[in-house]
Ligand binder design. Sequence first.
Ligand code: SF4
Length: 408
Amino acid sequence: MQASAQEAGLDNVLLVNSCAVTAEAVRQTRQAIRKAKREHPDRRIVVSGCAAQIEPETFARMHEVDFVIGNGDKLAAPAYAGLNFGLETAEKIRVNDIMSVTETAGHMVEGMAGRTRAFVQVQNGCDHRCTFCIIPFGRGPSRSVPMGAVVDQVRALVDNGYLEVVLTGVDLTSYGPDLPGRPVLGQLVQEILGRVPDLPRLRISSIDCIEVDEALIDAFGSETRLMPHLHLSLQSGADMILKRMKRRHLRDQAIVFCQRMQKVRPDMVFGADLIAGFPTETDEMFEDTVSILGECNIVYAHIFPYSPRPGTPAARMPQVDGAIIKQRAKALRQAGQRANHDFMGSLVGSRQTVLLERENLGRTAQFAQVHIMGDPTAAAGTLAEIAVLARHGAGLVGQIVGEGSLKS
Ligand code: SF4
């Protein structure tokens, strides 16, 4: 966005990329905008992102905001060209119908200075309609970046010194059907690893377990450069709730998937998104969500207390009492924390290869965060072998003992 605005000759602006995933995210975005204006009263503020796409008026009405640009246009210089500041609310909005967007541009090679891990968006948008989710209205239909463009981008990142690439997307496992030859995500992964042999680490971000293709499972079994860590969009452990959410998997399918993946790749670990207090959720259904943590071996749980998004079907279903939602979210977080601590504790005394980042932090192949003892600043941006000394909160403390290998 910054590069596009600069290309259009726009300077002295603050760009805000808003999030719409929960009502709280929208509230925080508005708060951040007010704070930014207080701190930089002379700067113009241009807002884009999902919340700006879904409810442009909310932002255009803020006197701190000078312009609202749609999600589909935010990465193109013309969207920033000729912005006329000082306009009335309705004229501040430049937002097109996101449902008509069909392109996803490859991007992001520049502007990531100082990081050791690069994120490459290979897919955008979503054709599903989970009943709690507003995202498709912010991101539009599912569309994929062609394999060749992704490979070129990964190669450029490796040439720029990045050691780890994370493939991201709104609905990553929907990658491909809009492209010629209809490639699947597993083929893309194999293509990247085959064509960019110097890439030490490739990681997959959040996936839908029911959509995972056989080529991806094979890649996990045969490619040690593919990191043994998957984040699953599980949302609930109760079949009735999964149906009411319009998810595409059932509880047992998620469990069977995790068991299979751990057979294919014994060091595989899982994270998951789970919602507490979805409409109509009973105590029993909630217990099914707590127990799926153990059944699926989830060690990185992301817990969301349900909050209705206006305009979604779930917002019109019978709601669970707010105090109960809070309680359940807390209980689920505690259960997730216990699983995380057990996992981290099991690593104490082991040797791990860690990608060293800034500020004495690194990540193991299984995505455990490690605080490095001593001063590893000089080694930032390299792989190192560490001895794990202790668990520290949700992460580890370790000491460098040698140069890293590609094995986890
Ligand atoms: S799969 Fe469901 S939760 Fe995920 S972005 Fe699409 S509609 Fe939202």
